[in-house]
Ligand binder design. Structure first.
Ligand code: SF4
Length: 423
């Protein structure tokens, strides 16, 4: 059933610290109808109420703001909004909404970032939009696979054309192999070589995964596909691993990619996007990349506190809301297993929980991170939170002795135009 829902611009809780935009807008249900689409399978049959979004934006800064303070804060601060991780902005079901929203956001000077498989309006839109970040997933070079699993969406060549045109126009383009199913490709090495030749250097690689709940809503009757999607360990993991290795050897930066894996590159994964200027949101990739640079310079592991991180990230905000707890929802199960049921009323509290890297594999967990100790005893800050260390020299250790490490300088106030300057 389609029903009207007051969808509003919301914090992107589940991608917090992974992508440099803090909010997103759910659009209409996506008519591209990919068989594996989480958003569609999770039963969202929503119709975007454009007037409600318009009201949300027009009321920013006033006393009658709609929605929670966190999204309003980000919108007022000029951070970008993602259109959209849950529905393609250029799918026919969203064309009208996209035209309206584009004008609305332009008028309000709120930047947009896009995730798209392309569509009728995509070419003209990227021609006229100010340079931004576009993520374009490529999923198969086999027409029968596209028609079966992504029936409504543009094919490979159309997506590649869009990616090339967007790059030529100054947009920063990430190519997605998401989902990556090796059997869906005739010539994946050929595609990688072609992408490098065209000047693309960043790949988002994600496996195909569906939950039991999502599986029941899949429309395509294909037992092999369903079984594959349900496996947590893919039977073709070697092929996936080889593709990653091959892509890395060809000079691609890969995402997800953690810790010192980034250090071999001259910039963090979103570096080109940051170079466009404007405001961006912190990512752990960027944080670890900068810590790694510092550590290599000093020849020591770097120590950082919750406040160092919050300050560097520009997230030492003075407002509180129970909604901050949503930033922890991705790790709730792991935290509960450790006997904790975390709540958070501020970013500081969110970060303090996420620093508990032995209770949950939070974004702060990496092969290079460990807790800081003094004679084997954890060192705590004034609020009782753990101090962490980033050590690109010794991987997978539990503890770093304080006297062996140096305090990071990243906690210094950020530069006015972003966080691009080290102390
Ligand atoms: S294009 Fe994206 S949002 Fe649309 S159905 Fe496919 S996966 Fe879902």
């Amino acid at each position: 059933m389609i029903y009207k829902n007051k969808i509003l611009i919301d914090p992107l809780y589940w991608q917090y610290l992974y992508v440099p935009w803090p909010t997103y807008l759910d659009l209409n249900a996506c008519s591209y109808e990919c068989a594996y689409c989480w958003a569609n399978l999770d039963g969202r049959r929503l119709e975007l109420d454009l007037q409600a979004v318009q009201k949300q934006i027009r009321n920013l800064g006033g006393i009658n703001e709609i929605g929670e303070g966190i999204a309003a804060h980000f919108l007022e601060s000029g951070y970008p909004v993602s259109l959209s991780p849950t529905s393609d902005p250029f799918a026919p079901s969203n064309e009208q909404a996209f035209v309206f929203l584009r004008e609305l956001f332009k008028e309000a000077e709120i930047p947009l970032v896009l995730e798209t498989r392309g569509g009728r309006l995509a070419g003209a839109a990227i021609e006229t939009m100010a340079p931004t970040h576009l993520s374009i997933p490529l999923t198969t070079d086999r027409a029968e696979i596209k028609n079966r699993f992504e029936p409504g969406s543009p094919g490979l060549e159309e997506r590649l054309e869009l990616a090339v045109a967007a790059k030529a126009k100054g947009h920063v383009v990430e190519i997605g192999l998401n989902p990556l199913v090796p059997a869906w490709w005739n010539d994946l090495p050929g595609l990688l070589a072609r992408l490098r030749k065209l000047g693309f250097n960043r790949l988002l690689i994600q496996e195909l995964n569906l939950s039991l709940r999502q599986r029941q809503w899949v429309k395509v009757a294909d037992e092999e596909f369903l079984q594959y999607a349900m496996m947590s360990e893919k039977p073709d993991w070697r092929k996936i691993w080889q593709i990653r290795q091959q892509a890395e050897a060809m000079g691609f930066m890969l995402d997800p990619f953690y810790g010192s894996a980034y250090l071999g590159h001259g910039q963090p994964y979103f570096g080109e996007y940051f170079a466009l200027g404007g405001k961006w949101f912190p990512t752990v990739q960027e944080f670890f990349w900068r810590l790694g640079q510092e550590a290599q310079h000093l020849g020591k592991p770097m120590v950082y506190s919750v406040d160092d991180f919050s300050h560097w990230a520009g997230l030492d905000l003075d407002f509180e809301s129970p909604s901050f707890g949503n930033y922890l929802s991705g790790w709730n199960r792991e935290f509960r297993r450790s006997g904790k049921g975390p709540t958070a009323y501020s970013f500081r509290e969110v970060h303090a929980h996420l620093f508990d890297i032995f209770d949950a594999r939070t974004p702060f967990w990496a092969d290079e991170t460990s807790i800081v100790t003094e004679q084997g005893v954890p060192v705590l800050d004034e609020e009782g939170s753990l101090l962490l260390a980033f050590d690109p020299f010794t991987l997978r250790k539990d503890k770093t002795e304080l006297k062996e490490a140096a305090r990071t300088r990243l906690g210094q106030p950020k530069a006015p135009a972003g966080r691009g300057v080290l102390g």
